[in-house]
Design a protein around this ligand. Structure first.
Ligand SMILES: [Zn+2]
Length: 128
């Protein structure tokens, strides 16, 4: 255990990603959500089940950040990406690729890494 405060559900979900058993939650109407929640914001369903996250997603949109707030200055430059996994989209850091080589539609796998400035865990995508 680290001495950092854990954000229950989100940390549990990061643990699952680290274990290669990432998931999202889906209601009976096919609405997918991340991070996991108890009630579907779309239809109010409380019957949400854990569904395995596909092995790879596709970059839907990305931003190269070269100037960050002091909190994240040691991480710059970095790329944040929103990755499409079908019913859900996940936001995270994209590493292992030159920002110039990142393209919409690029397949990426999901994992967990640390922010260099704060040491906080974060979702990290890497090219497949
Ligand atoms: Zn729903």
């Amino acid at each position: 255990m680290s001495d950092k405060a854990r954000d229950g559900a989100f940390d549990d979900w990061l643990d699952a990603i680290e274990d290669d058993s990432g998931y999202y939650v889906e209601c009976e109407n096919g609405h997918g959500w991340l991070p996991p929640r108890r009630v579907c914001p779309d239809c109010g369903s409380r019957d949400l089940s854990e569904t395995p996250l596909p092995d790879a997603g596709e970059v839907a949109t990305f931003t190269e950040v070269s100037v960050a707030t002091p909190q994240f200055s040691a991480d710059t430059p970095y790329v944040t990406a929103i990755v499409d996994y079908g019913p859900v989209r996940v936001t995270g850091l994209l590493r292992g690729a030159d920002p110039d080589d990142v393209d919409v539609g690029m397949p990426v796998g999901i994992g967990v890494g640390e922010r260099e400035t704060t040491g906080d865990r974060a979702v990290v995508f890497r090219p497949r």
